[in-house]
Write a protein that binds this ligand. Structure first.
Ligand code: HDD
Length: 683
């Protein structure tokens, strides 16, 4: 039994026999031969050559030589975990999907978060779209929601995907930059493929530099269908909404935090390990089939979103991520997702990007993992499976019996197909008509209206961030490419193009900007959820602090679900009056100001000059990144000499409800009224 064992979870039960413990065992070869010496090769004489007959050394080295498999062609860097999904209310009205019927049923899932561009070892705080793939192990087969953290995509047709990825990957002649979009070929692609205008804005927001996987939304992007038992279909889009809200880094923060390449996986693993289980609500938007043409965009176009104000979200259940993997290679690296993995009660739409994906994912898994990848423990369905497919590399199951064909008499014509009326998967009989053509539908040709709606929906701070991001990204490109992209921006918003041009030395062409005035408030992160749960408070504790009052304060903060990080001059313990002691989590040397969501400076009678110097350095960084600062007892003495120009988000203990006020400030997370240097032209 592993520490994860939970007998009510079918996936955990299924994995258990595959879990292999080496601890406490005698050492053997893979063939089971007991090894007596694992440090010395077999040689001819003490100082002689190694003998080829040394089957133990050969086996060990040859296996090592094959430890790596090809990384994913995109989304190579990723991190996964397990969880359980539970429905809020039955969806029988719109789908037959087994896992969407019974609110009492828990469906296990595996989730993998990823970055699109970088290689397996790239930096996790790079600006990039994030993948959010979920494999639901339903009782009726696997459903994969292969989502990203943005609701739209760069291109409309899958045939362009290789071009997009060639443009965004490191440039082939010199192979840099790694895992980033700030280079010529990417922006040259964006400027010359105008359908990407909407996505260009999304990737310049904070969403492309998420604060953590725990505070990231997921979007299925495409239009799918859900089908009920009467055969009635609805168009749907899938959303995953984090219960902590959507929170992002600032660009400057992302760059500094990048000194820890594992920033996001460390956060996810640690929070799951500590029992702070990330949660996401699964939601759908529904459009009736008869309303397919009622919108000013084509619902099959993946560069368009369905404004939530027009097509409301229906929250249908919750995903709780509650178990780390035992082995990243076996589980996360070998996981294989595919948007074509749908279950009875679902179907695709004609979205040309989705249609192309339906080919590409199985194909890539064959190349990366081989023809039997569905049999790997991580990918196996938890329901029974049987068919006449046989053999191939690394087959894991042992197929008993002579018969591997359909129709047969020898096995009583089994395995047998099940009619749609009795539980078999049936394709929705949508109508298809038309001549074979290679062309973009006229309804796919408006590239600027939703981009403009998105721009209109941003708060001033978000607009500043977008402008700043364009200044950085295009600033890394040659002047020709900068100008190409400013031309695109001018079609969306002249104001945006002018602000970016101010910094880049480009000129704004005289083109008609979009005249769309509509905005969608749901798109602005000012309207996300703000809670204190799991936020990290760096508590700067100096030796000799007032024991009882600090103890009481920190207990209150913990009750509000804040995570306390004790920071001190050095590791070990820090002791206050009445012998109150705390174990130090971070010293000023091992910690990093930007990993705290806020700070609490606790003074004492004997603050050391080193404490003052470091606490001030940290606090300045916290202040410049708009985060809350609390001072307790004479912590004020550390803060005062900094002469901070705004006291917005700075709470001192003269406040009657200090603890509550500080908790509330933590929940608010950023105080934008402070002087802003988000991009050079902003002042
Ligand atoms: Fe893709 C991986 C999401 C368009 C081809 N994609 C991949 C992953 C995610 C997405 C989350 C990581 C899967 C994992 O964790 O293992 N991709 C998307 C979304 C798209 C999209 C939301 C558009 C809305 N993708 C897209 C197109 C193609 C691909 C148009 C090709 C025609 N994607 C792939 C791939 C990958 C992949 C090459 C690489 C590794 C893998 O599939 O398993 O097949």
């Amino acid at each position: 039994m592993t520490e994860h064992m939970n007998s009510s979870n079918k996936k955990h039960d299924q994995l258990e026999p595959f879990i292999h413990e080496s601890e406490g065992q005698k050492m053997t070869s893979n063939e089971g031969i007991t090894i007596s010496d694992d440090e010395n090769s077999l040689t001819a004489g003490d100082r002689g050559p190694t003998l080829i007959e040394d089957f133990l050394a050969r086996e060990k080295l040859a296996h090592f030589d094959r430890e790596r498999i090809p990384e994913r062609v995109v989304h190579a860097r990723g991190y996964g975990a397990y969880g359980e999904f539970q429905l809020y209310e039955s969806l029988t009205d719109i789908t037959m999907a087994d896992f969407l019927q019974d609110p009492n049923k828990k469906t296990p899932f595996f989730v993998r978060f990823s970055q699109v561009v970088g290689s397996r070892g790239c930096n996790e705080t790079n600006r990039d779209v994030r993948g959010f793939s979920v494999k639901f192990y339903t009782d009726d087969g696997n459903f994969d929601l292969v989502a990203i953290n943005m609701p739209v995509f760069f291109i409309q047709d899958a045939i362009k995907f290789p071009d997009l990825i060639h443009a965004v990957k490191p440039e082939p002649d010199n192979e840099f930059p790694q895992g980033q979009t700030a280079h010529d070929t990417f922006w040259d692609f964006m400027a010359n493929n105008r359908e990407s205008a909407h996505m260009a804005l999304w990737i310049m927001t904070g969403r492309a530099i998420p604060k953590s996987f725990r505070t990231m939304e997921g979007f299925g992007v495409h239009t799918y269908r859900l089908i009920n038992k009467d055969g009635k279909a609805h168009f749907v889009k899938f959303h995953l909404k984090p219960t902590l809200g959507v929170h992002t880094l600032l660009w400057d923060e992302a760059r500094q935090l990048g000194s820890d390449a594992d920033y996001h996986r460390r956060d996810l693993w640690t929070n799951i390990h500590n029992g702070h289980y990330p949660e996401y609500e699964l939601a759908i938007q529904i459009i009736k089939e008869e309303d397919e043409f009622s919108f000013d965009f084509d619902i099959l176009d993946p560069t368009k979103l369905w404004p939530e104000e027009d097509v409301p979200l229906r929250k249908i259940g919750k995903l709780t991520v509650n178990r780390n993997v035992d082995n990243v290679f076996a589980e996360t690296e070998q996981s294989a997702f595919h948007p074509g993995n749908i279950v009875r009660g679902m179907d695709f739409s004609n979205d040309p990007l989705l249609q192309g994906r339906l080919f590409s994912y199985t194909d890539t898994q064959q190349a990366r993992l081989g023809p039997n990848h569905q049999q790997l423990p991580i990918n196996r369905p938890v329901c029974p499976f049987a068919n006449n497919q046989r053999d191939g590399a690394s087959r894991m199951i042992i197929d008993r019996g002579k018969v591997s064909y359909h129709r047969n008499g020898l096995a009583n014509n089994t395995p047998y197909p099940v009619p749609g009326t009795q539980g078999g998967f049936v394709t929705y009989p949508s109508t298809v008509e038309g001549r074979k053509v290679r062309k973009t539908a006229a309804s796919f040709k408006d590239h600027y209206s939703q981009a403009r709606m998105f721009w209109n929906s941003m708060s001033d701070v978000e607009k500043q961030q977008i402008i700043g991001a364009f200044c950085f990204e295009l600033g890394k490109c040659r002047p020709f490419v900068r100008q190409e992209m400013v031309d695109v921006l001018a079609h969306i918003s002249r104001d945006l193009a002018e602000n970016v041009s101010k910094e880049l030395g480009t000129t704004v062409p005289d083109v008609q900007e979009s005249t769309v005035t509509k905005s969608s408030p749901a798109l602005s992160l000012t309207n996300t959820i703000f809670v204190a749960d799991t936020l990290r408070v760096g508590v700067f504790l100096s030796e000799g602090f007032d024991g009882p009052s600090v103890k009481q304060l920190l207990a209150t903060l913990s009750t509000a679900k804040l995570q306390i990080v004790i920071v001190h001059d050095k590791l070990g313990t820090v002791t206050g009056t009445e012998d109150v002691k705390y174990e130090v989590t971070d010293s000023f040397l091992t910690g990093s100001a930007l990993t705290y969501d806020g700070v609490l400076i606790v003074g004492s009678g004997n603050i050391t000059p080193y404490f003052t110097y470091e606490a001030q350095k940290y606090t300045t960084a916290i202040y410049n990144h708009f985060k809350p600062i609390g001072t307790f007892q004479n912590g004020e003495a550390v803060l005062k000499p900094l002469h901070l120009t705004s006291d917005d988000g700075i709470i001192n203990d003269s406040s009657v409800n200090f603890a509550e006020d500080f908790i509330q400030a933590m929940a608010q997370q950023r105080f934008w009224n402070r002087p802003s240097y988000l991009y050079p032209a902003s002042n």
